[in-house]
Design a binder for this molecule. Structure first.
Ligand SMILES: Nc1nc2c(ncn2[C@@H]2O[C@H](COP(=O)(O)OP(=O)(O)O)[C@@H](O)[C@H]2O)c(=O)[nH]1
Ligand SMILES: [Mg+2]
Length: 316
């Protein structure tokens, strides 16, 4: 059993040694533990620090590509290294690496494909009430969208089985955590949760400049995921809503025209009704097209899974 611990790093020279120090050297049930640092175009001495501290695998981006791409490239690299389990943590020492044995336990015992470390955000002292509320609300929306029951949707402390990692196909530029949670649920992967306590904050989050920016990006990801995975729900609801709104003035016009016998009056109702009814028709049509694209995408994903099995030499 090979465990690959992946650490995406953008200028983590000061904190990376702490992270590496707290990674367990031995875990029962695991034959080898290898560390993969994904250097996302760091301009400090992150790479030198990693080399000096004996990190075996360093994947370097010549230019900063963002966390989502770093995650994607790191995941593929870990699979190429033959990882049976992949653990993800951060270079800012935010997560308790000493809990990695607990994190991978549900995968080792065959009970889960994905394990998420729950930061118990409602108890974190340095989180403002607004941040806590947004965290709670965002997680709730995600759980509705993904039909999951994950308490901390954006935690970056996770473990994936080889099979789960091979089935993920993240495409968004932001919010890889939200996106992959939705994909995991869609692929019927078993998601386990373990509560964790984060380490004291050593620096501000660089990923999200503000809670507002974070909410905006996560919302876009969730809406996109909804359209990708449940186009019928989105477009049928929209189309039905527009149908009701459009039919009301239309019916009003019909009743008035028939009962008052003043042709040419109340044309405004007729125009508004007709325009909204056309919009409703377009929404229904888009629903059909989006659903056909969804079917196509899932066929492409099935093919991709076979290609990956071949490429990574693994039968799922
Ligand atoms: N902010 C940021 N972090 C990156 C990037 N690429 C890789 N990372 C790493 O991703 C992790 C998450 O970033 P962090 O600023 O701690 O954001 P957090 O998720 O809010 O804790 C850290 O280990 C970073 O070093 C990037 O382009 N931007
Ligand atoms: Mg962090």
């Amino acid at each position: 059993m090979k465990l690959v611990i992946m650490i995406p790093c953008l200028n983590e020279e000061p904190t990376l040694p702490l992270v590496l120090k707290t990674i367990p050297k031995k875990i029962s049930g695991i034959d080898s533990i290898e560390i993969l640092v994904v250097d996302d175009g760091s301009t400090d001495k992150t790479v030198e620090v990693a080399q000096k501290l004996g990190v075996k695998h360093i994947l370097s981006h010549t230019k900063n590509q963002g966390l989502s791409r770093s995650f994607r490239h790191g995941l593929n690299q870990a699979l190429e290294l033959g990882a049976d389990i992949i653990v993800l943590t951060e270079g800012d020492n935010q997560y308790p690496q000493e809990r990695i044995p607990d994190l991978i336990q549900p995968i080792l015992s065959g009970k889960a494909d994905v394990v998420i470390g729950d930061r118990q955000t409602q108890t974190i002292e340095h989180f403002s009430p607004t941040k806590k509320f947004l965290q709670k609300f965002g997680t709730w929306v995600l759980n509705v969208a993904a039909s999951t029951n994950v308490p901390d949707a954006i935690s970056g402390f996770r473990a994936y089985s080889r099979k789960a990692a091979m089935q993920l196909n993240p495409v968004a530029d932001y919010s890889w955590a939200t996106e992959t949670t939705i994909q995991a649920s869609h692929k019927r992967q078993a998601i386990a949760i373990i509560p964790i306590t984060t380490n004291p904050k050593l620096r501000e989050s660089r990923q999200f400049k503000s809670s507002w920016q974070h909410t905006r990006r996560s919302s876009i990801t969730i809406v996109r995921a909804f359209i990708m995975y449940r186009p019928y729900t989105v477009f049928l609801s929209l189309g039905s809503l527009l149908l009701i709104i459009g039919a009301t003035p239309f019916v009003r016009y019909l009743i008035l025209a028939l009962t008052h016998n003043h042709p040419g009056q109340h044309l405004q109702s007729l125009i508004v009704g007709a325009v909204v009814l056309v919009a409703s028709f377009i929404a229904f049509t888009l629903g059909i097209i989006a659903d056909l694209i969804r079917i196509n995408r899932s066929l492409i994903e099935d093919t991709l899974e076979l290609v990956k099995q071949d490429y990574f030499n693994t039968k799922l």
